[in-house]
Design a protein. Structure first.
Ligand code: AMP
Ligand code: GLY
Length: 440
C-alpha cells in the first residue's frame, strides 16, 4: 500500500511542488532535492542540486528512499536513472539513452521516422556552414531553425524569412550558450495551427494517456513577445476532443513507444508530445521526457486517483495492472506569476506577500516555481516565480478563481499574462455559434 512510503522528488520548480503535493496526498512521505519555499512548507527539502547525481544517489540510500521521481530533463539526460538502477534503487523516468528523445532533436526525428509518426519535414546539418549554404540556395520562406541538443528552451528560432533564419544560424555558431547544443542543426518546415500538449505515462509497453492541455509559451497576452518556458496552462483543452485524443494516442504516442522499444531504447516515464494541430492533422513539434511545467500543475490538481500508484507501477514495469486514473470533472487553470525582467535576467530576493490569502480561496493551490525561504520570509528567486492554480466546475470558473488568487499576491515588479485559457473560451464560443448556425 501507499502509506508511509518515502519518495524523493528531484527538482525545484512548480512541477516538483505539484508532484510533492500530490504524492503527499497519496500517502507518501516526501523529500525534495533541492526544492523551494513551497515544498519546504509541505515536505522536507534537502540541499542537494538536481544535477548532482552522486549526491542524490547517496541521499536516496542514506534515507531509505523507496522511489525517486525526477522532475527536470537535465538529470535524466545526464543519466540519473541509469545510476540509480545500477545501484538497485527504484526510480521513475527514462534512461539517458531514452531521454535523448528530448535531449537530441535529431534522435527524436529518427524515432519519429521509424514509427511513421507525423512531424514537420526537416533537414539535418553537422555544421553552421552547411546549414547556411542550404538556406542560401533555397527560396525565401518561413522556416524553423533548431539546435540539436538541450539549450534551456532557447535553441529554437521560428523565422519568418531567410534573412532571419541566417541570423539564427549565425547566433547558433557564435553564441557560447549554444556551443554544445548546436553541434547539430535542424532546419524545419514551419507548421501552422494550434499548439497543444499531450502527455502519457508509459512503462515502455503500456501507455496511460493523460488529459490534453494547452500551454502559453509567448511572454505576453495575445501570444506576443519572446518565447518562455510557459506562462500558464489549462486542462482539459477543447482543441483536443476525445476522438482526436484517441487519434493522437494511436498515431503518435503508441508508435513512438513501440519505435523506442524496437530501437532497443525502451522509454519509461512521461512521454510529453508538443503538438501542432495542422490542417493535415496533429504533428509532433517536439517530445519531452518529463512532465511539462506548468502543465504538470494544471494536470495534477485534477487527478483524484493515486499518482503514486501510477509512478510505482511504471518503475516496476507493470503499468497494465493499474486502474485508469480518475480525473475531477470541470477544468483547471494555472497562471504563472513572473518576476520583473523575465524571460531576461531578473531581480531576485524581493519578498512575496499575500500567499496565504491566495491559498485560502476555494479550489486554489499556489505552487512555488522559484522561491526561497529566508528567515521565515518567502522571497522571489527566479523568473517564473509562482504557478497559481485553480480547479473549478467549468473553465471560466477555474480561470476566475486562479486570477482572484493572483490578485492577492504581490511583490515589486510581479506580472502575469491576463489571458490564460481565453483561446479555449473563444474556441468554445465559436463552436457553439457554428452549432446554432447549422441547426437553423
Ligand atoms: P520546441 O522546443 O521544438 O517545441 O520548439 C519551441 C517552440 O517553437 C514550440 O513550442 C513552437 O511554438 C515553436 N515551433 C517549433 N517547431 C516548430 C515548427 N516546425 N513550426 C512552427 N512552430 C514551431
Ligand atoms: N511547458 C513546456 C515544457 O515544459 O516544456
Amino acid at each position: 500500500m501507499s502509506a508511509s512510503r518515502r519518495v524523493l522528488v528531484v527538482g525545484s520548480g512548480g512541477r516538483e511542488h505539484a508532484l510533492a503535493w500530490k504524492l503527499i496526498r497519496d500517502g507518501a512521505e516526501v523529500l525534495v532535492a533541492p526544492g523551494n519555499a513551497g515544498t519546504a512548507a509541505i515536505a522536507e527539502n534537502v540541499p542537494v542540486s538536481a544535477t548532482d547525481i552522486p549526491g542524490l544517489l547517496k541521499l536516496a540510500q542514506d534515507r531509505g528512499v523507496d522511489l525517486t521521481v525526477v522532475g527536470p530533463e537535465a538529470p535524466l539526460v545526464a543519466g540519473i536513472v541509469d545510476a540509480f538502477t545500477a545501484a538497485g534503487l527504484r526510480i521513475f523516468g527514462p534512461t539517458a539513452r531514452a531521454a535523448q528523445l528530448e535531449g537530441s532533436k535529431i534522435f527524436c526525428k529518427q524515432i519519429l521516422h521509424r514509427g511513421d509518426v507525423p512531424t514537420a519535414m526537416f533537414q539535418e546539418f553537422r555544421s553552421v556552414a552547411a546549414a547556411r549554404e542550404f538556406l542560401e540556395a533555397r527560396e525565401d520562406m518561413p522556416v524553423v531553425v533548431k539546435a540539436d541538443g538541450l539549450a534551456a528552451g532557447k535553441g529554437v528560432f521560428v523565422c519568418g524569412d531567410r534573412a532571419v533564419a541566417l541570423e539564427a544560424i549565425a547566433s547558433l555558431g557564435s553564441d557560447p550558450q549554444f556551443a554544445a547544443a548546436a553541434k547539430g542543426i535542424l532546419i524545419e518546415e514551419k507548421l501552422d495551427g494550434v499548439e497543444v500538449s499531450v502527455m502519457a505515462i508509459t512503462d515502455g509497453r503500456t501507455i496511460v494517456t493523460l488529459p490534453p492541455l494547452q500551454d502559453h509559451k509567448a511572454a505576453y497576452d495575445g501570444d506576443q513577445g519572446p518565447n518562455t518556458g510557459g506562462m500558464g496552462a489549462y486542462c482539459p483543452t477543447p482543441f483536443v476532443d476525445p476522438e482526436l485524443l484517441a487519434d493522437i494516442e494511436a498515431r503518435i504516442l503508441v508508435p513512438t513507444v513501440h519505435a523506442m522499444r524496437r530501437a532497443k531504447v525502451p522509454f519509461q516515464g512521461v512521454l510529453y508530445a508538443g503538438l501542432m494541430l495542422t490542417a493535415q492533422g496533429p504533428k509532433v513539434l517536439e517530445f519531452n521526457a518529463r512532465f511539462g511545467d506548468p502543465e504538470c500543475e494544471a494536470l495534477l490538481v485534477r487527478l483524484e486517483s493515486s499518482l503514486l500508484d501510477l509512478l510505482d507501477a511504471t518503475a516496476d514495469r507493470r503499468l497494465e495492472t493499474v486502474e485508469p486514473p480518475i480525473w475531477r470533472d470541470g477544468a483547471s487553470v494555472t497562471v504563472v506569476m513572473a518576476a520583473e525582467g523575465y524571460p531576461g535576467p531578473v531581480e531576485k530576493g524581493r519578498p512575496i506577500r499575500g500567499l496565504e490569502a491566495a491559498a485560502a480561496i476555494e479550489g486554489v493551490q499556489v505552487f512555488h516555481a522559484a522561491t526561497k525561504l529566508v528567515d521565515g520570509a518567502v522571497l522571489c528567486d527566479g523568473g517564473r516565480t509562482l504557478a497559481v492554480t485553480a480547479v473549478g466546475d467549468s473553465l471560466p470558473r477555474a480561470k476566475l478563481l486562479a486570477y482572484t488568487a493572483v490578485k492577492e499576491i504581490r511583490w515589486p515588479g510581479a506580472w502575469c499574462r491576463k489571458d490564460i485559457s481565453d483561446k479555449a473560451l473563444a474556441f468554445e464560443l465559436s463552436a457553439a455559434s457554428m452549432d446554432s448556425g447549422t441547426a437553423e
